[in-house]
Write a protein that binds this ligand. Structure first.
Ligand SMILES: [Zn+2]
Length: 414
């Protein structure tokens, strides 16, 4: 195998040198295992980005905690259900009540016979093309992607996506695009004492393709905020280090990258914490740490700072629902490790005007909701048959401009 690989590499190099391929073109061309170290010094043209017909891959959610996914008639919510299990709830658009995803009569929803109980699973859920996807940790030390029917009645192990992480059970994140799943560890190798290669792995749902679209051998690095828009994958490459003097984690981003299936490259070379893309109007909204929110119109190449960051909003996560932009500083608050900063969520129009500011102080996690309805967050705990279980709260998007507080979706266990 090694011999074959070195032969391939030799042929590849020979072709490049013989063919006078320009440096830029060479760097954009994807073969398996592109190293980020080899492409990070070049910024490629945004004119090459082609947005294909829309595919709903739910790129509006918070990428750091994917506990909520949008289904056809409501929302799925994965939370810790006690006893090493994930409990999968469902909130329908009419009642806004949260029910376990289980139809069994007389079920207490607290053991493995229940369709809503997923023992040994991550507390994350994704929805893509009429199926739910969850990640199971099996007895062989592997993480397995599991496809679940939207009513919870059937589960199918698809394939292994990697090893069980050593120090955190909720570390994998996924993005779906063109019938492939992109897998990455959202903590990168930051917490590991020795540098370990990190990657974004692409596996087609039919298992025919399995490759790393990008790798890195550097230390304290993360591939971050992997999202799918219009048939492309976008991601951030960043580095996080602990500052002993201040006791704070300092994140520095190398920029925003895109991958189209046959091209990969950096498109914005700035210290970006997060971004969101308006595919219809071809606009990238991106947040630069300590600067604020930029609006980059790809056709005119206008690139303007529309919201200037303040102390409380030095580092924000970004979401866009077609009408409003949302900025969330929860990650900044947890990085800064000081009570000086208040967890808040800003609602902005597309010109950067602040429409509303919502208190998220009681939230464990903030989730950005979808276009039609509501905005989710985990909110405190409720006691249910002796178990302490998180619940979610929401604000309807129709009320987003004037809302002051969150409504809670109460669990209905019967
Ligand atoms: Zn049940």
């Amino acid at each position: 195998m090694k011999k074959i690989m070195s032969l391939i590499i030799t042929v590849f190099l020979a072709l490049n040198f013989a063919g006078c391929v320009s440096q830029e073109t060479k760097k954009e061309t994807v073969s398996e295992n592109v190293r980020v170290e080899d492409i990070c010094d070049t910024t490629v043209s945004i004119d090459d980005i082609k947005f294909s017909e829309l595919e709903d891959s739910q790129s509006y959610w918070n990428v750091f905690t994917h506990s909520v996914a949008r289904g056809e008639y409501g929302y799925y919510y994965a939370t810790f259900g006690g006893n090493g299990s994930t409990l999968l709830g469902y909130v329908d658009d009419e009642s806004y009540e949260c029910i376990p995803l289980c139809n069994k009569a007389q079920c207490a929803h607290n053991d493995e016979n229940c369709d809503a109980v997923f023992k040994g699973y991550m507390q994350s859920v994704w929805y893509y093309k009429d199926f739910l996807y969850l990640i199971k940790y099996n007895n062989e030390g592997k993480a397995v992607l599991v496809q679940v029917k939207p009513d919870g009645t059937e589960r199918k192990d698809l394939f292994e996506i990697g090893n069980i992480p050593v120090d955190s059970s909720n570390t994998y994140n996924l993005a779906f695009c063109n019938d492939c799943v992109y897998i990455y560890d959202r903590t990168g190798n930051c917490r590991l004492s020795e540098p370990v290669q990190i990657n974004i792995r692409k596996i087609s749902l039919d298992k025919k393709t399995d490759e790393n679209i990008i790798t890195s051998d550097e230390s304290n690095v993360i591939f971050d905020a992997v999202k799918s828009y219009g048939g492309n994958i976008f991601f951030i490459y960043s580095n996080t280090e602990y500052n002993r003097e201040t006791g704070q984690n300092v994140t520095t981003s190398d920029g925003l990258y895109y991958y189209s299936g046959d091209k990969i490259g950096k498109i914005i070379d700035k210290n970006i914490s997060d971004y969101s893309i308006d595919v219809d109007n071809k606009i990238i909204y991106y947040y630069v740490i300590n600067e604020g929110l930029y609006k980059y119109e790809l056709q005119s190449k206008n690139d303007v700072l529309i919201y200037k960051s303040e102390k409380n909003s030095s580092l924000c996560q970004v979401s866009f629902d077609g009408e409003y932009l949302y900025l969330d500083n929860r990650r900044w608050c947890s990085f800064a490790m000081t009570s000086e900063f208040v967890p808040e969520l800003w609602v902005l129009d597309t010109e950067g005007n602040v429409i509303n500011v919502l208190d998220t102080g009681e939230a464990n996690n903030t989730f950005f909701g979808d276009k039609d309805n509501i905005l989710f967050e985990v909110y405190g705990r409720s006691e249910i048959s002796g178990r302490s279980i998180h619940k979610i709260a929401y604000i309807k998007k129709t009320e987003i401009e004037n809302a002051e507080s969150w409504s809670e979706a109460e669990w209905q266990m019967q």
